[in-house]
Design a protein around this ligand. Structure first.
Ligand SMILES: [Zn+2]
Ligand SMILES: [Zn+2]
Length: 420
């Protein structure tokens, strides 16, 4: 199995949160062919804890597209309703520790660049699904996970290897939490999450990371009364006005002395014409903080601002939390273990204990769960420098990092599972 060929195949077929049908069915197929016991569909995730799922029409379309592009229909049946998590389990010859690696599989709703300076366009593996793109490197993560799976087969070890292929990382819709809620990581002694990052040079490895912010994503709706803007403006209740009042006040929240914070209203929509008082407005908001309590405080304040802005304009309102993630603390035992193993691999030349990713990842809930139950976890960062930012149409990874990362994870697994 060539990790780069595999990555390019996933890159060509990007699927967003809870529609990773082709990707997940391919993961199931490969893991099965390697002799893993594979949990997927309802065995792998608790669908009720998801904060958000795509509309049924989008899911059906994605499923048809996956079938057309080679997904196994029998496997897909169990993934109905977006149950796209896959867990591969390989047991050693003797009992021992349970080690787990998390790989995220989802893509983003971005149209990929067709500029020939962009390698996927020039080399013929640009996204075949217009409007969707692997712009965060999860295609590479999934390929790395499968290549690791293959390398572990036939080794004589003590313990259990659990490979988690997680859907819906982007947006924090509950991909990770649905796996947590199913109890998948309850027996895990050591959990490793990773991300390729273009903010570090080639050859860089951080055994752990910081800067992961707790975040809450919310969708709010304001409901008013429409009316003629010329003949009866006073009969209307302007939903857009309530939303605009909320927007300004959400952004007017104070800084916090104990924590980095972010707040953003990313979407504000409403209204149909200049002569109609708008009766509906939709707003999409996120808060982030380097301290979990402070993020909760921000979330509470946002909800209060929406409530009072709606009241001020005599509107009804509704708020839904659509996504979340928490903070991450990497255990030093695993940070050191990763660095020690990376030093044995040619290609890694820059070693750092803790790197700063500066984002949010709901893998934080997997990490939190393992640590709460007495296990250890870390989130490592691997340098894969490219000139463009993540989540942009020209994003790419440096494919040279893929085989190196497979070697690293293999070494880490061997060390934990006592393979000399
Ligand atoms: Zn991302
Ligand atoms: Zn990512």
């Amino acid at each position: 199995m060539d990790v780069i060929t595999l990555r390019r195949d996933f890159h060509r077929h990007p699927e967003t949160a809870f529609t990773e049908f082709r990707t997940a069915s391919k993961v199931v197929k490969i893991l099965r062919s390697l002799g893993y016991s594979v949990l997927y569909g309802e065995e792998a995730m608790d669908c009720d804890v998801r904060k958000k799922v795509p509309p049924i029409t989008i899911m059906e379309e994605a499923m048809q597209r996956a079938l057309r592009d080679g997904a196994d229909p029998e496997i897909l049946q169990k993934m109905n309703d977006g149950l796209t998590a896959v867990i591969g389990i390989l047991k050693g010859k003797k009992d021992g520790p349970v080690i787990s690696f998390r790989f995220d599989m989802d893509a983003l709703p971005i149209t990929e660049s067709d500029d020939l300076a962009h390698l996927p366009a020039a080399a013929g593996f640009r996204s075949q699904y217009e409007g969707f793109m692997h712009a965060c490197g999860h295609d590479a993560h999934t390929a790395i996970g499968l290549a690791l799976a293959e390398r572990m087969v036939g080794l004589d070890f003590e313990g259990t290897l659990k490979l988690i292929f997680q859907p819906a990382e982007e947006g924090g819709w509950g991909g990770a939490n649905s796996i947590v809620s199913k109890g998948i990581v309850d027996d895990v002694d050591k959990l490793f999450c990773l991300h390729l990052t273009q903010s570090l040079p080639l050859g860089s490895i951080c055994g752990g990371s910081t800067g992961w912010m707790a975040t809450t994503k919310m969708e709010a709706h304001f409901y008013g009364v429409s009316s003629h803007a010329g003949t009866a403006p006073e009969k209307g209740r302007n939903a857009l006005l309530g939303a605009a009042t909320a927007l300004l006040n959400i952004h007017a929240q104070p800084r916090f002395n104990r924590s980095e914070t972010r707040v953003n209203v990313g979407v504000l929509e409403g209204g149909t014409a200049s002569n109609i008082i708008p009766d509906h407005a939709k707003m999409i908001i996120e808060t982030r903080a380097s301290d979990e309590e402070i993020n909760k405080d921000l979330e509470k304040r946002v909800k209060s601002i929406i409530k009072h802005s709606a009241e001020m304009h005599d509107l009804n309102y509704e708020i839904k939390v659509t996504g979340e993630a928490t903070t991450i603390y990497s255990d030093s035992e695993l940070v050191n273990l990763v660095l020690e193993e990376a030093r044995k691999i040619s290609g890694f030349s820059l070693f750092q204990e803790i790197g700063d990713f500066g984002g949010s990842d709901d893998g934080s809930f997997l990490i939190r769960r393992v640590q709460e139950r007495g296990g250890k976890a870390t989130y490592m960062l691997i340098g894969s420098p490219m000139s463009t930012r993540r989540h942009s149409p020209n994003f790419d990874v440096d494919e040279r990092t893929l085989p190196m990362t497979v070697e690293l994870l293999l070494n880490v697994a061997k060390r934990v599972l006592f393979i000399s």
